[in-house]
Design a protein around this ligand. Structure first.
Ligand SMILES: *Cc1c(COP(=O)(O)O)cnc(C)c1O
Length: 394
């Protein structure tokens, strides 16, 4: 590990926001640059054969901008090491190949992110990896889906997408470990500010840094953080051997995003709470789905393991699919689009958009469902926009 990855030892033990701003990088000794440069270089001059400066020889193996991001996100998740990838799915594929072999079995959420499910079902399965699905909110169902001696990974998302189901990370870690499997938590929806799965017993954290970590809808990226050195070595080997690394500019964008993660998440949560309150009082809204609501079945677990309940809100409307589609189309401040976690509010119809590929399967979502990624605009503008979009009934 380079000196920079260890950088700012004090910052690694400091509070979350201090780590977000300082961990992973020391001001450049030559210039004092406070922010790591975008090291747009593929290779590095050696001082004699094998005389590497700071361990860098080729940018697939290591790049200082990426190193800064990897050190930073490891500090935020309180893990041993971080790894940055070209996308969330690239991180997932690398992790699976690092920790599984053909013939192994994994348990995946029955409402996994569609791309994750497709990766297991269409890509990893052809490679010889079997999978079964279970509801992450049901610890017994996850235990029952494990095949002792064959299951190497229990894969969990919490909250899930778009129904915001909650998995009990501590209990699921115990169930996985009992069976000799590792627990992987996709922490994309919560972000490390709201939830740190490694501190609750998980072995690996996965992020689509495209979402809250980047936070500005301007980069696609992924990350893994691991708690154990042996796992780190396998992941590090596969990161280099498979090559799906984050480039220096993308790494720089995610690192910049992480510096403001705490303040952004607090505002996402503040605004989401106001949106939930508004929707709950609207006559055309039949159900509001948000883990912060006491009637949400995962509320108690979410209260234990999350700092707050996040910026994602889903709701169902009385007017069925037509009204759900109409709301999505009439909203103006909420931009109609896929993805989530950026500063701007987004609205979408999961049944026709993000979850269209699971129609007709067990993962199908209700047609009257609308999903919001509540951004950090002026909250009154968000409420007025929803009021207008809901009001004109199709
Ligand atoms: C977006 C997303 C992914 C995939 O990440 P990409 O960066 O799009 O490859 C994985 N998991 C969750 C929960 C996501 O939202």
């Amino acid at each position: 590990m380079s000196e920079q990855q260890h950088g700012h030892e004090a910052a690694q033990k400091a509070g979350f926001e201090t780590r977000a701003i300082h961990a992973g990088y020391e001001p450049d000794p030559a210039t004092g640059a406070v922010i790591p440069p975008i090291y747009a270089t593929s290779t590095y001059k050696q001082d004699g054969v094998g005389g590497l400066r700071g361990g860098y020889e080729y940018s697939r193996s290591g790049n200082p901008t990426r190193t800064a991001l990897e050190g930073n996100i490891a500090a935020l998740e309180e893990g041993e090491r971080g790894f940055a990838f070209a996308s969330g799915l690239a991180a997932e594929d690398t992790l699976v190949r690092a920790l599984c072999a053909p013939g192994d079995h994994v348990v995946v959420p029955d409402d996994a992110y569609g791309g994750t499910y497709r990766l297991f079902d269409k890509v990893e399965r052809a490679w010889g990896l079997e999978h079964s699905s279970a509801a992450v909110s049901d610890v017994d169902a996850v235990r029952a889906a494990i095949r002792p001696g064959e299951t190497t990974l229990v894969w969990v998302e919490t909250p899930t997408n778009p129904l915001l189901n909650i998995g009990d990370i501590e209990a699921l870690a115990a169930v996985a470990h009992e069976a000799g499997a590792l627990l992987v938590v996709d922490n994309t929806f919560a972000s490390p500010y709201l939830q740190q799965p490694l501190t609750l017993g998980a072995d690996v954290v996965v992020h689509s840094t495209t979402k809250y970590c980047g936070g500005h809808s301007d980069v696609v990226g992924g990350a893994l953080v691991v708690r154990d050195l042996e796992v780190a070595e396998r992941v590090g080997f596969h990161q280099n051997a498979m090559g799906a690394v984050a480039g220096p500019f993308d790494s720089w964008l995610v690192l910049r995003g992480l510096k403001t993660l705490g303040v952004r998440m607090d505002r996402h949560c503040d605004n989401a709470e106001r949106v939930v309150e508004f929707l709950a009082g609207h006559p055309d809204v039949t159900q509001v789905i948000y883990p912060g609501l006491e009637e949400h079945p995962g509320h108690a677990v979410a209260s234990r393991q999350m700092k707050r309940y996040g910026g994602m809100v889903s709701f169902r409307v009385a007017g069925g699919e037509q009204q759900a589609l109409g709301v999505c189309e009439r909203a103006e401040v909420f931009t109609l689009g896929e993805s989530l976690g950026g500063v701007e509010s987004l609205i979408e119809h999961p049944g026709r958009m993000t979850h269209a590929s699971v129609a007709g399967t067990d993962l199908e979502v209700p047609a009257d469902l609308v999903r919001l990624s509540v951004g950090i605009e002026t909250v009154d503008d968000l409420l007025a926009d929803l009021d207008r979009a809901l009001g004109a009934r199709a």
